[in-house]
Design a protein around this ligand. Structure first.
Ligand code: BGC
Length: 396
């Protein structure tokens, strides 16, 4: 019964999210949900088996000067941008679930502008937020304001993206980013049957923003699978761009990926050479690559990976223009982060399941890693529609 109420709440929040659109820089709309269902009743996210068991606890974060032991209080939620569908969903889900747990929420989006995010976090501190949940634009750029939070006794949870080189970070919650890259690399390996087929096959590589710590994990996971085949000559990167810095995409921007792919097609694939696969670390880069291919590539369509199951990309998957995406159920991540917030606000320690993988430069940050799931044209209905994440109409 309670799960049903929560499902209804999540669906309502999702509907609001999908209607909100992609404007930048405004405060998010308040979700329709108004139930007071506690997050503790939510279904626990699946444990991914990497790291220690769910329920392990980290060291208690710095004492919170303002925290109340009875629950309730003001939580600041800083999101990077409204330009990408996923962050709208993350923000809406966090807001809805925190409110349902009895907290007030100051939710801000920063239009992918670092200075804006810094001032938003400063305002959260001066406005009396008792805990901060931050999905950063740049992992390294919030040091000063994070130090202010620490001085004020305000715990910080890094949301999805790790905050680097700051000892103010109490916890980290994300999906298993290395595993995401591994799944993308394995998809290409298996689709091209690299262990048996003669090849060689042509591959191009697109990863994310160099200031986003996740990008290195996605790239690292995928390249650990693909590098041996590149070294053996079975995979050939005609553009020669293999190193992280060369294949990074500033701001994860679709347009940047698109113009790089335009140039690669013009230089290497305009004379009929077949492009067999494009490793794209996420859906916004995959969209740019797909747009470029649609405009200028005449050969057999390559395998293209992605991540996030954004609506445009799921449509492309259905149309055969993108081979796979990684489904990261943002409801699951929000549920986990709300559990962490609630535990900390009540004076306890947050549940974590990984205490080894994420060193932010000041030491390992106790983390909770949710499990990413592989999605393609065969299973998207079950994963995305049956779970209430999207409706059939969203994908038409
Ligand atoms: C997130 C991805 C997202 C990318 C671009 C990464 O930090 O983990 O889900 O696609 O940022 O916003």
């Amino acid at each position: 019964m309670k799960k049903k109420v929560l499902c209804a709440l999540l669906s309502a929040a999702m509907a609001v999210t999908l209607l909100t659109g992609c404007g930048s820089g405004e405060k998010a709309e308040t979700p329709a949900a108004s139930t007071t269902e506690a997050p503790a009743e939510a279904e626990a996210p699946a444990d991914n088996g990497s790291g220690t068991a769910d329920g392990d606890t980290a060291e208690t974060p710095a004492a919170d000067a303002n925290a109340e032991s009875t629950g309730g209080g003001l939580i600041g939620v800083a999101m990077p941008t409204k330009d990408l569908q996923r962050w709208n969903q993350d923000g809406s889900n966090m807001e809805a679930q925190l409110k349902a747990a009895g907290y007030e929420v100051d939710l801000q989006y920063a239009s992918n502008d670092i200075a804006t995010q810094v001032s938003q976090v400063e305002n959260m501190i001066s406005n009396g937020c008792q805990l901060l949940v931050i999905a950063s634009i740049n992992a390294d750029s919030l040091g000063t304001v994070l130090a202010q939070a620490k001085d004020a006794g305000i715990p910080v949870i890094a949301y999805d993206r790790l905050l680097l080189n700051s000892d103010a970070v109490s916890y980290y919650a994300t999906f298993d980013n290395y595993m995401i890259g591994t799944k993308q690399g394995e998809y290409i390996r298996d689709a091209l049957d690299l262990d048996n087929a003669q090849g060689p096959f042509n591959l191009e590589i697109f990863t994310g923003d160099p200031g986003d710590n996740n990008a290195r994990f996605f790239y690292g996971g995928a390249m650990d699978v693909l590098n041996p085949y590149i070294e053996a000559g079975k995979l050939v990167v005609q553009s020669g761009s293999v190193d992280f810095e060369k294949v990074a995409t500033a701001g994860w921007a679709t347009e940047t990926a698109q113009s790089r792919m335009d140039a690669i097609i013009a230089s290497y694939y305009a004379d009929g050479l077949k492009l067999d696969a494009v490793l794209c670390s996420n859906d916004s880069t995959a969209l740019g690559v797909t747009n470029a291919l649609s405009a200028a590539y005449t050969g057999e369509w390559p395998i293209i990976t992605g991540q996030d199951c954004d609506i445009a990309n799921v449509k492309n998957m259905i149309a055969g223009k993108q081979s796979m995406s990684i489904f990261k159920d943002t409801r699951m991540l929000a549920t986990q982060v709300v559990k962490m917030v609630d535990a900390i606000m009540k004076g306890g320690e947050a549940p974590v399941n990984d205490t080894t993988s994420y060193d932010n430069g000041t030491g390992v940050i106790p983390s909770y890693l949710c499990e990413p799931v592989f999605a393609d044209a065969n299973n998207y209905k079950e994963l995305l529609i049956d779970s209430g994440y999207y409706t059939e109409a969203d994908l038409q």
